[in-house]
Design a protein around this ligand. Structure first.
Ligand SMILES: [Cu+2]
Length: 136
């Protein structure tokens, strides 16, 4: 009986030692612990499904943009459709320019960054102006 208690105490002591230092030191199996480090976070996150960017359309008429002002989220694709009977442009001062857009020809730009973007038509700029507000 006394022998059993001594054995149990020895086993408990060994178990406590094992738990405190681990089954092997890291130097003993460095390669294995390197692999284990790489597997942290396994399984890897699932790939996100492709989500097309939001798209909005602005009408280009003779001689105005409709709507003249539009708020969009970052990453939105903005498309201008020339629904008028004349040629127009979508021109951002110091930036993109659609060139001359004949009737029926669209132009599109993506707005990745927040900000306020003013544009106009080079042929009718006095009255034909627009603004894209890209939200934060
Ligand atoms: Cu115009």
């Amino acid at each position: 009986m006394r022998h059993t208690w001594v054995s149990a105490a020895i086993i408990l002591g060994l178990a406590a030692t094992w738990l405190s230092i681990g089954p092997m030191s890291s130097a003993q199996h460095g390669a294995r612990s390197h692999v284990a480090t790489e597997l942290v976070g396994y399984p890897p996150p699932l790939p996100q499904p492709y989500r097309p960017p939001p798209v909005v359309t602005i009408g280009v008429y003779d001689n105005y943009f409709l709507p003249a002002s539009m708020n969009v989220a970052p990453g939105t694709l903005v498309r201008w459709d020339n629904l008028g009977r004349h040629h127009h442009t979508v021109t951002f001062p110091g930036g993109s320019d659609s060139g001359e857009l004949p009737p029926g020809i669209p132009y599109a730009l993506t707005f990745p960054r927040p900000g306020v973007y003013h544009y106009y038509c080079r042929f009718h700029g006095v009255q034909m102006r627009g603004m894209i507000v890209v939200g934060f």
